[in-house]
Design a protein around this ligand. Structure first.
Ligand SMILES: Cc1ncc(COP(=O)(O)O)c(C=O)c1O
Length: 387
């Protein structure tokens, strides 16, 4: 097995990385969700091979990529997906928008589980849907936080206008891979209230340690029938800038509606995104295994640092994603990202942008070298001690 080194950052200067250019040069960027690592060699080889052909025209489909996505769902999760159910998209956020657009009418309700990845909030607003919050339940033990999903809270958010439950599995920023029992509860609520289940599973392959991902739609045929599952190689294989995702939609009518909206909005994928995605899914697994080992080490280092150096700060121990979620309320920092940007020269995501339950929290990206992670955490500690 080749040796992959995830202990060093790749220098990204000159690539116009949003993460590294948004703030000053003296700021350590630990915010937007991409990683500091180069992609699997198979992706580079596939891209180079495609670049040998000089025409980059419109490409609306890739049957071999759809087959690769279906094979992967079967191999990893035992979910039998028909490649014909798959609509290729330029990104997951495009997918969230299309789902919000095609399910229900203006004024209908979309149930979400905050604190949540901010575009979940934006799509409700953009498509004139009512945002219906069913917050996750926060548990705290010492400095460790853990979120769970409560079916009664979900039910309480639903009205007769609810049409869509827009779910995030694994959950960003809670870092949860949901249990079968929790997912069955979500599905039961959707059945009971006749909701379409939209499930953003972009972080599915970033499971840490022993954690397991279960696709929501894989639970039972009747759940599959009301589902739209959004998947992508972009987080796990670090190719979000190549723009490629997919919606898996078993219901033919819903699939056709989404396909029409895709073309209406011009949400087309790019030639290179298709190629990179297929290479990742077919040949990226050794690289991914090595990446996950490093991310698990980073997660544990991060949790230990908080517990030993940041008294009064609470933290999640994510089961998936390279994103940790920190609670600064007890030490009285109301807007932690703004505070640390100014005092520590570290860029985090402000918790309040994640909706209900986010104020006083911040999200930290640990998809970087252990050296950068420790530097960032050290700067947080210093800023807290000297404020
Ligand atoms: C839950 C979730 N969905 C979607 C995205 C973004 O997807 P894309 O870049 O494909 O639009 C992210 C990025 O961090 C995410 O965390």
């Amino acid at each position: 097995m080749p040796v992959y080194d995830f202990t060093q950052n790749v220098d990204r200067s000159g690539t116009h990385s949003v993460k590294w250019t948004m703030y000053g040069e003296d700021v350590l960027p630990m915010w937007v969700a991409d990683m500091e690592f180069g992609v699997p060699p198979a992706i580079m080889e596939a891209l180079r091979a495609r670049l040998e052909h000089p025409v980059f025209g419109y490409q609306e489909d890739s049957p071999s990529l759809r087959a690769a996505i279906a094979e992967r769902q079967a191999a990893r999760y035992g979910w039998q997906v028909n490649p014909d159910w798959i609509v290729l998209l330029p990104g997951l956020v495009a997918g969230l928008n299309l789902v919000a657009h095609v399910v229900g009418e203006r004024g209908d309700g979309v149930v979400i589980t905050p604190p949540i990845y901010p575009p979940f909030l934006h799509v409700c607003h953009l498509h004139d849907r009512q945002q219906q919050d069913a917050p996750l339940t926060l548990h705290r033990e010492g400095q460790l936080m853990h979120y769970t999903l409560d079916a009664d809270v979900l039910r309480a958010a639903i009205t007769e206008r609810s049409r869509l439950l827009l779910f995030c599995n694994p959950h960003n920023p809670a870092g949860r891979t949901f249990t079968r029992e929790e997912l069955l509860q979500v599905a039961a609520v959707a059945e009971q209230h006749n909701l379409i289940l939209g499930s953003d599973e972009i972080h599915a392959e970033l499971t840490l340690g022993e954690s397991q991902h279960i696709p929501l739609a894989s639970l039972a045929p009747e759940i599959e029938a009301r589902s739209i599952t959004l998947v992508a190689p972009s987080k796990a294989f670090n190719i979000p800038g190549l723009g490629c995702a997919a919606a898996i939609i078993p219901d033919a009518e819903l699939r056709q509606k989404l396909r029409m909206a895709k073309f209406g909005f011009g949400a087309l994928t790019n030639n290179l995104g298709y190629v990179a995605a297929e290479a990742a899914f077919r040949h990226g697994d050794e690289w991914l295994t090595a990446l996950l080992a490093q991310l698990t080490i980073n997660r544990d280092m991060m949790v230990e640092f908080v517990q030993t150096h940041l008294p009064g700060v609470a933290v999640t121990r994510p089961q998936a994603t390279y994103l940790s979620w920190l609670d600064f309320r007890e030490i009285g920092i109301e807007k932690p990202a703004a505070f640390f940007l100014e005092k520590a020269k570290v860029a985090l995501n402000e918790g309040e942008t994640f909706g209900q339950g986010g104020a006083g929290f911040a999200r930290l990206n640990f998809g970087c070298s252990p050296g950068m992670l420790m530097e960032g955490l050290g700067r947080l500690e210093q800023a807290i001690q000297t404020r």
